[in-house]
Design a protein around this ligand. Structure first.
Ligand code: AMP
Length: 208
């Protein structure tokens, strides 16, 4: 596996953002989400996300659009009908189901950023990490740990390594930042990863 930092955020054009749909969070979370949108748009990065108009999803999109960023949404038909979809997006793709959406959100993406969220966000984050572990998608994954929200999960992932469910090298699949303004530096400093990751996907006595 490549040991050098290979990713240069200047080459990152499209960033996938996973984020909560909740409209009942503390203000600190919406503020960080909005700043992530502003940061990415100001750096000329396009965003692809779940198309939500509320929650942290809505704040990311609003922040990016306010800075003239390009924001693309992918939404399954049944959610669109709930009228939760953001109305001001640069582009909206309507798909049949959640799986198709998840695939579309990741396949052309250069990097993934996860803000705090619930089961939907975890599923998306862990799908990206699993694809990365298997070498199918190899971009940077940045976790924005607003308000220490992910502390418990990050501890659990360390524990998974200690218990040898993952290898120590798998801890290099993601980076953690406290503030959204640190995301681009984290992309630049993220550990290089490539398709031969499959050779390291399984934990053995040699790589535990
Ligand atoms: P959660 O963290 O459980 O709120 O789920 C948010 C994540 O799942 C987002 O990144 C979306 O891609 C997807 N998602 C879940 N619920 C919705 C919704 N009501 N509208 C749009 N996307 C959603």
């Amino acid at each position: 596996m490549t040991e050098k930092n290979l990713v240069d955020s200047h080459h990152v054009k499209l960033v996938t953002v996973y984020a909560s749909s909740s409209a009942a969070l503390k203000p600190v979370y919406y503020d960080a989400a909005r700043r992530l949108g502003e940061t990415l748009a100001s750096a000329g990065k396009a965003i692809i996300y779940g198309a939500g108009g509320q929650g942290l999803m809505g704040s990311v999109a609003d922040g990016a659009l306010a800075r003239n960023g390009q924001v693309y949404g992918v939404v399954p038909e049944f959610l669109k009908n709930l009228e939760l979809t953001h109305s001001g997006l640069t582009g909206l793709k309507v798909v049949k189901e959640m799986r198709e959406r998840k695939q579309l959100m990741l396949e052309d993406s250069d990097a993934v950023v996860a803000l705090p969220g619930g089961s939907g966000t975890y599923e998306e984050l862990f799908e990206a990490l699993t694809m990365k572990r298997l070498g199918h998608w190899v971009g940077p994954v940045i976790i924005v740990n607003t308000n220490g929200f992910y502390d418990g999960l990050l501890q659990f992932m360390e524990y998974s390594v200690e218990e040898r469910f993952m290898g120590r090298n798998h801890l290099k699949m993601w980076s953690v930042v406290d503030e959204p303004e640190q995301v681009l530096d984290a992309i630049d400093n993220s550990h290089g990863w490539d398709a031969d990751a499959l050779q390291y996907a399984n934990v053995t006595a040699a790589n535990a």
